[in-house]
Design a protein around this ligand. Structure first.
Ligand code: IPE
Ligand code: IPE
Ligand code: MG
Ligand code: MG
Length: 330
């Protein structure tokens, strides 16, 4: 279901940013540099772990769309990816997730203590790196997004296992924990290029909507993808007590008895039978399709935001990136 034909091949988009993405990797290595061996050691493990680098690409494509000519976008793309990396380090501890990108999560190799501290180091060093750009607007965007991200993670924890969670609360969580950082990535390109507020807001809205759809796709994939493809465990969200869009839709359609059953599956910890039963109910009420439709709508609204910019190859690349946020298979 997640594979359609794309107008512009996303691989071509990644290829056309190859040189800049390499510079972003170098910037990341620089942020991970320290005489304290754990930092570059865990850093290398993370950098070689094969993340998609989708957040840097949101920033780089936005900068190219605006014809930005400096090198601040490389620094900021490194900063954004570093913040993302730090969030994953902490997130896997919080979620008790054993796998990340198909490999043992860092905390399963080095333990929680050092991994949490390396995460702290990455957050603060990323923000310190952003300071070097001497822009109040950029600092506001990057530190605001980081604050909201943590807030989103905490709010999600507060709502853990709560089957009364609403769609609105879910949207609040994903905007904060995921979409805010992608939105900030796009917004910062406008700030770097010295663009007027309309351009900045359009890019920020594009990032926010694409980012929300990106997290929705992640939450849908959680119930679809096999372990090898996704590099995470099938049904992991439910196991973690995380209530996501497919489950919210299911709970709104299920009968009273089914709702009780779902409640007890969640309360008792997810077994193989429990997961099978849930997937059966998902099928019965077509909730993955319904969730996908919601995400598709967000992607078309995201693209709409870019209509204030003239048609160009760069704009097409951004459309392809938005499509990829939804149609990726990992
Ligand atoms: C994982 O993000 C966490 C979410 C917000 C869904 P990505 O899917 O971008 O992870 P990597 O960096 O490519 O592994
Ligand atoms: C990822 O969230 C972390 C942040 C967005 C801060 P999730 O817990 O939903 O993502 P995965 O499934 O572990 O990648
Ligand atoms: Mg997680
Ligand atoms: Mg999480």
């Amino acid at each position: 279901m997640l594979k359609y034909h794309l107008k512009m091949d996303i691989k071509k988009v990644f290829d056309s940013y190859d040189e800049e993405l390499r510079l972003v990797e170098a910037k990341l290595r620089e942020i991970f540099k320290s005489d304290v061996v754990f930092i570059p050691l865990i850093g290398r493990y993370l950098l070689e772990g094969g993340g998609k680098r989708i957040r840097p690409l949101f920033l780089l494509t936005s900068a190219r769309l605006l014809g930005y000519k400096g090198d601040g976008h490389i620094t900021l793309a490194g900063v954004i990816e570093c913040i993302h990396t730090a969030s994953l380090l902490h997130d896997d501890v919080v979620d008790g997730a054993e796998l990340r990108r198909g490999q043992p999560a860092a905390h399963s190799l080095w333990g929680n203590q050092v991994v949490i501290l390396v995460g702290d180091y990455l957050y603060s060093n990323a923000l310190r790196t952003a300071v070097s750009l001497n822009s109040h607007k950029i600092m506001e965007a990057v530190s605001g997004a980081t604050t909201r991200m943590t807030e989103g993670e905490i709010f999600q924890l507060e709502k853990s296992g709560d089957i009364k969670m609403t769609e609105e609360e879910y949207l609040r969580i994903i905007s904060a924990k995921t979409a805010g950082l992608i939105s900030a990535a796009c917004r910062m390109a406008a700030a770097l290029a010295g663009r007027p507020p309309e351009d900045e807001e359009a890019l920020a809205a594009f990032g926010l909507k694409s980012g929300m759809a990106f997290q929705m796709a992640d939450d849908i994939l959680d119930y679809m993808a096999e372990e090898e493809g996704l590099g995470k465990k099938l049904g992991k969200d439910l196991d973690e007590g995380k209530i996501t869009l497919p489950l919210i839709y299911l709970l709104s359609s299920a009968s009273k008895d089914e709702k009780e059953e779902i409640g007890s599956i969640i309360d008792n910890g997810l077994s193989n039978e429990g997961l099978k039963r849930m997937l059966g109910l998902f099928e019965k009420y077509s909730v993955l399709e319904e969730s996908m439709k919601k995400a598709e709508k967000l992607i078309s609204e995201a693209k709409e935001e870019l209509m204030i910019f003239s048609p160009s190859h760069e704009r097409e690349e951004m459309f392809a990136l938005a499509d990829y946020a939804l149609q990726r298979d990992k």
